[in-house]
Write a protein that binds this ligand. Structure first.
Ligand SMILES: O=C(O)CCC(=O)C(=O)O
Length: 275
């Protein structure tokens, strides 16, 4: 196991965030990108056959094709539903259980690791949408997870920077409790915002930004002409509250209960068949 160095662990614990460049080979994300590409291709062809889309944009790269489809259509909910959100696919299982990521998690919370049920695949479009305001991930999960040490990763599927909308974090803000927000957790009240200056965290493909569940962060606009694809994924100790009592996470590693470990997509999907 490699995991975090003592210095990286200290930074993550004390500052509430850590950027790791080159945590894994960027090509390790290609199976997921190819899988998403196939979903985009499938729906583009369906929409084209239904005469809702003038062409399938099959020559366009991953960073452009979904945007071109969006611009040419009134709405494409089936396609968005297929590629965004909580993908439960073989390639997603592969990323969630990537040894380099689990080693990092293990060096923070030990060897009994749950893949948290709250995760997302996102496509931040170059149209000013998909901006996420200042929030703490705990705001979406509730006080029930206050004592759960969650290890949260944000990882881009394309190189990310200030121009295409990477994340900004407020160092040290993980030491606050749950901060009050208006209407949505994505809107921490201005008077409650920690005073420290935000840090912009560009991350290239193969790197990660790690935060904690109280770390205040936001996602800025995409000013580029490409889509900023990303994943946000989370891990917590097995058996601790996740804030999603009705949605199973899955055990990715366990020395105390190895029989619980999910070894495949099929093992993961089987968890949703109970009751
Ligand atoms: O990817 C984004 O744009 C937002 C991600 C985020 O805010 C989160 O993971 O909590």
């Amino acid at each position: 196991m490699s995991g975090l160095t003592a210095e990286q662990l200290e930074t993550y614990v004390n500052a509430g965030y850590l950027v790791i460049d080159d945590l894994f080979d960027p090509n390790a994300l290609n199976p997921l990108i190819e899988e998403i590409d196939k979903d985009v291709d499938y729906w583009a062809k369906v929409y084209h056959e239904e005469r809702r889309l003038p062409e399938t944009f099959s020559d366009e790269p991953f960073e452009r094709r979904l945007r071109s489809i969006q611009m040419a259509m009134d709405g494409f909910p089936e396609l968005l539903g297929a590629v965004l959100g909580k993908r439960k696919t073989a390639a997603m299982f592969g990323v969630l259980t990537m040894p380099e990521i689990l080693d990092v998690v293990e060096s923070v919370i030990g060897p009994d690791i749950l893949v948290h049920p709250q995760f997302n695949s996102r496509a931040k479009m170059p149209d000013g949408s998909s901006v996420v305001g200042w929030h703490q991930d705990m705001g979406f999960l509730g006080e029930e997870v206050a004592d759960t040490f969650m290890v949260n990763f944000w990882l881009p599927l394309v190189d990310s920077d200030r121009n295409n909308g990477c994340l900004e974090v407020i160092p040290g803000s993980h030491r606050s409790g749950l901060l009050p927000f208006d209407e949505s957790p994505e809107n921490i009240r201005a008077e409650a915002m920690p005073g420290d200056s935000p840090v912009c965290c560009p991350v290239s493909k193969g790197g990660v930004l790690m935060i904690q569940h109280r770390t205040v962060h936001r996602s800025t606009p995409n000013y580029s002409d490409g889509i900023r694809w990303s994943l946000d994924i989370r891990y917590s100790p097995v058996g601790e509250p996740t804030g999603r009592p009705d949605v199973p996470g899955f055990v990715a590693r366990s020395t105390s209960q190895p029989e619980l470990v999910c070894h495949s997509l099929e093992d993961w999907l089987a968890l949703f068949n109970y009751g």
